[in-house]
Each structure stands twice: as C-alpha cells, then as structure tokens.
Design a protein around this ligand. Structure first.
Ligand code: XMP
Length: 517
C-alpha cells in the first residue's frame, strides 16, 4: 500500500481518499509508528500529511531521517513538507506570517515530476505559519508562493518530493494531478486498485476468515450494513443469516425494501423480527429526546440478542456454530478510534445500536478499510439495489427522534406520509445527490390555526430540513428551489389531514444540529 503518515490534523483521511481516487490503495498510519514498522509493510510510497503544529512546537512530531534513506518514494505535504525539509538538513523559519486559504503558486519547472503538464501559475490552498527558508541539499526548488519562497521541491534520484500547499484539497486546482504525478511518475506505481478488484478481494478474504463457520448480521436498512451483508453473503452464502429488527420507526417502504428488494437482489437469508408494538409500548409517554434514544437503543439490543440466540440455538452445532457477527464499520470509524495502524481497538458494535460484548461472537468487519463512497461502489458491484446504495443517512432511532413530542402510532403514520411526499418531490426534481439528507419533522407538541375548505383547522406544523454536507459534522441548509418547496408544501397540506402548515428550517450546523432532537 501507499502509507499516509497522519500528523494529527484532519488531512490524512482526505489524502488517503485522493490516493484511492487515483486507483492506488492507501492506508493511514499514526506518526508515532516507528520507521522500521512502516518499512516492514513494504510501502509503494509514503506520504507525510499536514498537521496542526509548528515544527518548533513543544513535542512536535519529527520524521526519522532513516525513512529518507530507505529508497522508498516520499511526498511531504504542508507540515510533512517542513518536517521533511528539517529531517534532510534544510531550514524552516518561523516567519510569524500566516498564509491561509487560496493563493497563487508560481511553478518554476513545469517539466518536473510533480508539475509535469501543468500551468506555470496555479491556484493552491495553503495553511501554514512556518516556511521552509532553505531547501535541503540536493533538492531542486520547483515552486514559490507569495508567502513561501520554497513552496515545493523534489529530488528524482532519491525519489523525495514535497509541497507546502495541500494538493488533497479541491481548492488546489491541480492538486489531484500533483498527487497522481507523485504516485504514478515519481513512485512508478501501477494504478490497478479498482472498485471491482476491491469487491473480489474482500469477498475472498471474508470467505477465508469465516471458513465453515456460520455468521449473523444485523441489517439496519442503511447502506453500510447492507453492503457488508451482501459481501459476506457472496463469500459464504447460506452460512450467513441476517436479522432485521423492524422497530416501526422506519420511513414508508423501507422495511419492504429490505425484505423484498434486498433479498431478491442478493439472495441473503433474512429473519425479520416485527417489534413494532414492543417499541411503541416502551416509548409511550416519553418526549425527552435523550430518553427516547436510550429506550430505542436498549430495546434494539434486546430484540437482536434474542434473535441471535435463536439462530445460534437452531444452528447445526456439529462443525458449524455461529461464530461471527458481521458489522458494517467503515474506515473513518476505524481511524477515529485509533485503529488505523493495525489491529488496535476499534469502535465496535456501533452499527446495530451498541451490541454488548457478551454476545460472544467474533466480529468481522469487511468494510473496515473503505470510505463511504467506496462502500457504495462495492455495493453496486455486488448488486445491492440502487435505492439502498444511494440512500441518505438516516438515524438509528429513526422517526422516533423526528417527532417533537411523544411517539404514537398515529403520529408515526402522519410523519411517514409527509416524509414520503417530501422524498418523492425531491427525487422528481433531481435533487437527491445534491442534498446530504432532508429530515422531515413533525412538531406534534405544537398546534397552529389554519383554514381549509371553509373551516378552521387546528393542526400541526411539518418542518423540512434539507441540508448539504460532506460528513455531517458541519452542514448548511440547502437552497431548494422555491417551486419544489411549493409543491411539497401544497401536497403535504392537501394529503396529510393533521398537518396545516409546512415550514423550512434555514439554520446551518452549527449552531443547529441536523436532526431536531
Ligand atoms: P446531528 O443531528 O447530530 O446529526 O447533526 C448528524 C448525523 O447523524 C445522524 N444522527 C444519528 N444517527 N443515531 C444515529 O445512528 C442517532 O441517534 C443519531 N442522531 C443523529 C443524523 O441523521 C445526521 O446524519
């Protein structure tokens, strides 16, 4: 693999993704990983990421110069560029001047490995305080910016390269080209890591891990668990049983999608547990959002555990015990919980509502090296229906946290219709991929006066919350065209008897969260 050394900012994941977009497999390792360990993995190249710190800061992570003598191609980015300059005997100056955001870089050598075929002036995205003031010996300086005399350098003989700006950020107009030039020309890597090759590899590896044993998988209706299940099903067929807990808090058509379309497309063996009444009973009279979440999580675990025990109990014990629990954990979860560099602890069980450890299964997480967009590609490759693969994020507690007030069957039914109408119109307007998600919220504890036909009504408002986001950490409200909003509003007030008002949420995150509860 190409190893991306993470110096602690949020850039390493983005770099790893961009490398994969160039069809080259990459993984992230912590900056405290010893060089021998990095080299032991026989990396095709190493990329040193940006980081928050100054190379002069207390306890600033340094780079062991042995890395530069090992003959492995290295690219230093931002902080990694400066750490590289220092490690190779150059000088990094504390200029006290910050260069932040977009600026123009002058490329002095457009025949160089990194900048081959690119214009002499390009927009780049910067974020640095210190600057390299003298390049290490043997390094050819290939670019400057207003704030950095040495903004890029390279040494083709030793295959060492560096840039001060962030090529992984889309604002750097030739950033991806710079990365690709490093990977394909500088490091001479063949770009063979394609979506179909990933799917095949993951299937083979799941087959090897599971062997003759049996596995179970909790389906949530979401993309990740569906793709994980499809993958393991492809690997071991009917040794896998999937459990889908229908808690009644799903949107219209979702349970059917899992029960019919998903099964038809993938052939998985599915057990559906109808737990709707159980969840309604447990939620009766509860309006506090956190309490709702706790109840839903707790009931979910109980139902799943029981189903898992039933399946284990019915399994043919002679040689085929249920040994594995399949989870749809993704790479960002693995990296964020410190497991990026190997087998270290992972954020287990997060997909099926925090299943307890005493379930006594070995976890298998076939997607733990993938990013979301890659999971979607693998899903398509495995024949998972598009409606599931392209599904918007939907919270585990479902519509339970989209009813402001306590949850009843009637309120769920009302919200389901309003939600279906909003989804239909957004889809019709071709906006599905522009919107990250659009919660539809029923203000069940609020009433407002309306007039319909000749009569006064006293109904409830529905809130539309369309948001655009990259990762749900921050979000902006989506400027949905007025005519689309008008159609949604007209249809909801006409077709949903209890609703006489539709309002639009125009709050970004922060300060508002995406969900209302
Ligand atoms: P917020 O509302 O915190 O949501 O801005 C961020 C993202 O997480 C989803 N979300 C949840 N997902 N269980 C989940 O599995 C939850 O309790 C939960 N709360 C919010 C939300 O839909 C958005 O995508």
């Amino acid at each position: 693999p190409v190893l991306v050394v993470d110096f602690g900012a949020q850039y390493a994941q983005l770099i790893a993704r961009r490398v994969r977009e160039a069809d080259v497999y990459s993984e992230i390792v912590g900056h405290d990983t010893p060089v021998e360990q990095i080299l032991a993995r026989d990396p095709a190249a190493v990329i040193l990421s940006g980081g928050p710190s100054s190379v002069y800061a207390d306890r600033a992570p340094a780079v062991d110069a042995a890395l530069f003598e090992a003959g492995v191609p290295v690219l230093g980015i931002c902080y990694g560029f400066q750490a590289m300059a220092r490690g190779l005997g150059g000088t990094v100056a504390q200029t006290g001047m910050r260069e932040y955001g977009e600026t123009k870089a002058r490329i002095s050598d457009t025949d160089s490995t990194l900048f081959d075929g690119q214009p002499a002036e390009q927009t780049v995205w910067m974020s640095h305080g210190d600057s390299v003031s003298a390049a290490p010996e043997g390094m050819k300086v290939t670019a400057t910016t207003p704030g950095a005399e040495v903004a890029a350098f390279e040494d083709d003989d030793r295959r060492l390269y560096g840039v001060q700006w962030h090529p992984e950020v889309l604002h750097s107009s030739f950033g991806q080209r710079v990365l690709e030039n490093f990977l394909l020309r500088g490091a001479g890597i063949e770009p063979t890591w394609t979506r179909s090759s990933i799917a095949e590899e993951l299937v083979a590896s799941a087959r090897e891990t599971i062997g003759d044993a049996r596995a179970i998988c909790g389906l949530s209706g979401g993309v990740d668990s569906a793709v994980a299940a499809a993958l393991v099903n492809r690997a071991v067929g009917d040794q896998l049983t999937c459990v889908f807990v229908d808690h009644g808090l799903l949107r219209e058509g979702e349970a059917e999608q899992v029960e019919k379309d998903f099964v038809a497309a993938t052939g998985v063996d599915l057990v559906v547990v109808d737990a709707q009444q159980r969840f309604l009973d447990a939620l009766a009279g509860v309006s506090d959002p956190e309490e709702k979440r706790k109840i839903i999580g707790r009931e979910f675990i109980r139902v799943f555990e029981q189903a898992a025990r039933d399946i284990a109990g019915s399994a043919d014990d002679e040689g085929h015990p249920v040994e594995f629990l399949v989870q749809g954990t993704l790479y960002p979860d693995v990296v964020e919980s410190g497991g990026g560099s190997g087998t270290a602890n992972i954020k287990s069980h997060h997909n099926v509502g925090g299943l307890p450890d005493d379930l006594q299964f070995t976890l298998i997480e076939p997607l733990r090296t993938l990013f979301k967009d890659e999971v979607r590609q693998v899903g398509l490759e495995l024949g998972v229906p598009e409606e599931i693969v392209w599904r918007q994020p939907f919270p585990g507690p479902g519509l339970g946290i989209r009813i402001v007030g306590d949850v009843t069957r009637d309120r769920l039914d009302t919200l389901r219709v309003a939600d279906r109408i909003a989804r239909e119109e957004l889809t019709k307007a071709g906006l599905d991929r522009d919107i990250w998600q659009c919660p539809v919220v029923l203000l069940a504890d609020v009433r407002s006066v309306g007039v319909q036909g000749d009569g006064r009504t006293y109904g409830h408002p529905i809130v539309l919350r369309p948001v655009s986001s990259e990762d749900a950490m921050t979000a902006d409200w989506t400027r949905v065209p007025y005519d689309v909003l008008a159609r949604i509003s007209t249809r909801i007030t006409n077709e949903v008897a209890e609703v006489n008002r539709v309002v639009l949420d125009v709050t970004s995150k922060p300060p508002g969260t995406i969900e209302w509860e």
